[in-house]
Design a binder for this molecule. Sequence first.
Ligand code: BGC
Length: 764
Amino acid sequence: MKNIVTFAATALLSSSLASAAIPSTPAEQEKMDRFITGLMSRMTLDEKLGQLNLPPSDDIVTGQTIDSNIGAAVARGQVGGTFNIKGAEKIRDLQKIAVEKSRLGIPLLIGMDVIHGYETVFPIPLGLSCTWDMDAIERSARIAASEMSAGGICWTFSPMVDISRDPRWGRMSEGSGEDPYLGSEVARAMVRGYQGKDLGGKDDVMACVKHFALYGASEAGRDYNTVDMSRYRMYNEYFAPYKAAVDAGAGSVMSSFNLVDGIPATENKWLLDDVLRRQWDFGGFVVTDYGSIGEVAVHGLEDLPEASARSLKAGTDMDMCSFGFIGTLKKSLEEGKVTQDEIDTAVRRILEAKYKLGLFDDPYKYNDVEREKSDIYTEANRAAARAIAAKSFVLLKNEGNVLPLAKKGRVALIGPMSNSAANMPGTWSVAADKKKYKSLLQGFRDALAGKAEVVWAKGSNLYEDPALEAACTVFGNDMRDPRSEKELLDEALAVAAGADVIVAALGEATESSGESSSKTDLTLPYTQRRLLEALLATGKPVVMLNFSGRPTVLTWESANVPAILNVWFGGSEAADAIADVVFGDVNPSGKLTVSMPVNVGQIPVYYNHLNTGRPKNPADPSFQKYRSNYIDAPNEPLYPFGYGLSYTDYNYSDFHLDSDTLDSDGAVTATVTVTNTGSREGDETVQFYIRDVRGSVARPVKELKHFESVSLKPGESKTVQFRITPDDLRFYDYNLDYVAEPGEFEVMAGPDSRRLLTQKFTLK
Ligand code: BGC
């Protein structure tokens, strides 16, 4: 029997007509179709349903894969793929079972949530987006692809492109912030980085755009919560990055946990079929999120069999961990609730993905144990991660040029984030090998070796309440100090007493953000604030490093601390990268891609909002009765979208257009001069926004439409241009037609979404 099975697998492979890449010509497409049609003609219904099944990998022990539940299911042909296993050898064992023990020898898709790097970890995606550097972002995805493919992974559950305006939602850390234009640029860059030219290379992996759709609008920022949104808002504000990723050729899409128009995304035919496949022409496959078909019943809709049938009919191809497809679709077929055609369509899409990845040519393409030894966490990859991390930090305040610090004297590094290497990489660092990473303390010591002394104290726990701290350190990154908060504080003050300058490493822990990490209080926990106040009371210069996976509320800090650098979670090389910026080897250039609120009550606060009929007069900061404003807080966030300082200063001048009219087939060029007026070389991201002054529906007060980074030496000026065409003015109108409406437009240029120069033109 064994021989027959092996023969079947070998026969399939040797008869393979696969060519390892996305077909780019009709002939190649036809070849793929023929191959898959041939394969499907040999598949039983059970084998077909097996391809649609994406179970978790469980704990596979190297050398014993065949004895694991998943190994047995793979041998029975009941598994299309699995995810989040680390180790090329282990994965090879599993693939071998699929190839040699399952009747048809169809290889598995092996996925992983590599959302900001594999072992070389880059900043969390929110931090990455603050680089505004698409080459750097693409590079980070390329390096991630090269490392994960060396580790046996061919499919990443990334990019996560959910727009979010609610920092209470912990998953904001996984996305690119609040802006559809920037989010779309990032989405494209990441897909390019992961998939390479055509998935043909052995270091190309398939992207999975998630979470389709609108997940970032979970009500009240509570994870997995309801979403309810107008189509106008979906199309104009939330859909753009998903569409951009699809247009860039992303091979797969993951549906979201939330409802869309009252129907869970996973079984929402309008979303998955009308929008994704028909309007956007998506040709890849759709996978559910973890267990979401099973959750349909909990939302108060159908039970598992019905939900599985509806999900398939809606356009879902692969069931992650609900076991609804494999467990119930056969019966649904018998009962006429789904058709053979619908099952076949889904199967074909999964097989196409495997074909495009080249797995039919070489099922072990991603199981090169030698590459695993040589291509992961290399010096070159780490150097790139360090440089990119340094670009992601946002300098929020730098009164009296406290930063950069001189490499001399005695530097006190104090705070709960100062000596915890495990808390550097940030959420979803599935493949991270944290033992290899440095703590910030080590980074500082290395940077100052032979030049200055570093003294250290923890200063406080993350939270005084151990239960709160435990909730933020769930994956074993335990950082709790058993001493009392008073003892910790006293020690810190004694250490600080002998120092020339204090660096306070404060904020959130890695798992304070990410999935299932919603928060209602975004201020610094009380014990850390008490520490910070005590450090400031020493009268020494204090620099605050804010570790965060979201915009936190820094209202008190911004009023009281001279220098604040937001360092997000910078990845495996964060410690060195932070030292690079703090001690001036790198001039910070990151800019916020989310608004940082004054307080939680302002949320949602975002720059590209619609106007009200009663806007507040911005010239008058006091409360204005019968105007749209708060009695107790400003409308504006503390730090706006696009904001970020440098160690040098820039001046914007001479903003002009080459014409004040734009023809429907023409262009207008906006030009601004940027001058480095400070004393250091720096990189400045110049931003251009547009406002459609009057539309057939209300239009945002401004929308980012272009940006460009320039390097400027002290005293140097450069002009930066934005060539505006009617395409830049298009939006989805009331009928969801994508139009540019004639009339008046404002175009703005500046260093962030608040400080802008304005010009006007008319679209004819
Ligand atoms: C998350 C996804 C992730 C999946 C697989 C889910 O809980 O929502 O983002 O890709 O798990 O790990």
